[in-house]
Design a protein around this ligand. Structure first.
Ligand SMILES: [Zn+2]
Length: 272
């Protein structure tokens, strides 16, 4: 595979980067869905993890077939299956990740490192919205990107639909990548295609939700088109001490770095 889109849940890759995937802008792609064991769906899709997981995988496979990418389901349990109350403030990650969080994070990292080995470009979420599963995956991305000589191009994408509520005005992003300056890149997408992909997740969203995601791409205002924005690491532009401190996406990304102790834990996992 030329590129790997690391996706916390079954739907994140297409909601955030459906345009990129449909245009094959980075060549052949693998969507790696890590926390694909889910109990989260509208009531009519059943109430067992088995039924819901099956329905969500079905939706994802339709999109994968539509754009011609590979897709993988790692089967790790999403936050709701690890005792988190979805949407309950303060219970998302917090200052003390649980033992179960650490276990799944280490396993998630193992899967990611295994799959990105032969790729050229790899995409991680920024964890806008601070969902614990997104934060785990984002942190793994930051840790991996920080290592020298990986030979990979690292990109971070704006999590949809969370980014709609936390829009960024920043021209540069600091997520604690050891001095790497990150620049936004706008990737033009076809709104009709992206709407089709987003509105396919009927166990999760309605068509209005899908439309809002598409319209957010219009806010990027590059030559009037619709765009997905990614933030790429550029090795050659070292960020000096006097670098401009432009607004961070709602402070959320900085909080990941400052508040959470996950990096130390993954580093430990690596020695094994
Ligand atoms: Zn998600």
């Amino acid at each position: 595979m030329d590129c790997v889109i690391v996706s916390p849940h079954v739907d994140d890759a297409f909601l955030s980067l459906g345009g990129l995937l449909s245009k094959k802008q980075f060549g052949t792609a693998l969507v790696l869905n890590l926390f694909s064991q889910s109990k989260y769906a509208k009531p009519r899709y059943g109430d067992s993890v088995k039924e819901i997981g099956k329905e969500r995988r079905r939706e994802e496979l339709i999109n994968a077939a539509a754009v011609g990418c590979a897709v993988e389901f790692s089967g790790l349990p999403e936050a709701g299956l690890r005792g988190y109350q979805i949407g309950a403030d303060g219970k998302i990650w917090g200052d003390n990740p649980s033992r179960r969080d650490i276990e799944v994070a280490i396993e998630a990292e193992r899967r990611i490192l295994d799959r990105i080995r032969d790729a050229k470009d790899v995409f991680f979420p920024l964890a806008i919205g601070r969902h614990v599963d997104h934060m785990i995956v984002s942190k793994i991305g930051i840790e991996t990107a920080t290592r020298k000589n990986s030979g990979l191009n690292f990109h971070f994408y704006e999590d949809m639909p969370y980014a709609i509520h936390s829009p960024s005005r920043a021209g540069y992003l600091d997520i604690g990548l050891s001095g790497h300056q990150m620049h936004p890149k706008m990737l033009r997408f076809n709104p009709v295609t992206k709407f089709r992909l987003c509105s396919n997740y009927i166990s999760q969203f309605n068509q209005y939700d899908a439309l809002r995601i598409v319209l957010y791409g219009k806010q990027m205002r590059v030559l009037g088109g619709f765009n997905e924005r990614i933030w790429s690491v550029n090795d050659y532009e070292y960020l000096g001490a006097l670098a401009t401190k432009e607004p961070i996406i709602n402070g959320a990304v900085r909080e990941i770095r400052d508040k959470h102790q996950y990096s130390r834990l993954t580093a430990k996992g690596h020695e094994n």
